[in-house]
Design a protein around this ligand. Structure first.
Ligand SMILES: O=c1ccn([C@H]2C[C@H](O)[C@@H](COP(=O)(O)OP(=O)(O)OP(=O)(O)O)O2)c(=O)[nH]1
Ligand SMILES: [Mg+2]
Length: 131
């Protein structure tokens, strides 16, 4: 079962139900064995575990993965080994990612001719300066 490691944690750990050797720079979709009914108005985000990412370069290729409330299939974790030299052995029962359940809203999109101006306006990447 997904498990919160501590009271108040936002993410609960997801466990692999398979073993798999992730070669350097390889990606693989790993089974968790978990199916969920996330209530309407909520969604799940699958995030990397920071320890795996910082120590081994093992993270998610789609981070964050989105679990729609209507999804009834198995939660899958899209792992990638970004280490160029070392393979990483995923073992059965290993905590490979974490799930955060968040409130979501659907909006009705409208086509308009103009948008209200703001301080930022069209200033995009890096427009506030670097550093
Ligand atoms: O890390 C993930 C991401 C997604 N999913 C499942 C739940 C999600 O509801 C479904 C579809 O995901 P998404 O919409 O991100 O993928 P897509 O490529 O757009 O596929 P689709 O055409 O099925 O929407 O796959 C997972 O199990 N793990
Ligand atoms: Mg989709």
């Amino acid at each position: 079962m997904p498990r919160y490691a501590h009271d108040g944690d936002g993410g609960c750990d997801l466990y692999s139900i398979q073993s798999y050797l992730l070669e350097p720079l390889q990606r693989a979709t790993i089974r968790t064995g978990i199916v969920l009914e996330i209530p309407m108005g909520f969604g799940g985000l699958i995030l990397p575990r920071s320890g795996l990412a910082s120590k081994f370069g093992v993270t998610l290729s789609n981070s964050p993965g989105l679990i729609d409330s209507g999804y009834r299939g198995e939660l899958m974790v899209a792992l990638i080994n970004l280490d160029p030299k070392n393979s990483f052995a995923i073992e059965e029962g290993m905590r490979i990612a974490q799930l955060v359940i968040v409130e979501v809203s659907q909006f009705i999109f409208e086509e308009v001719e103009e948008l209200e101006g703001t301080d930022r306006d069209r200033g995009g990447f890096g427009s506030s300066g670097l550093g």
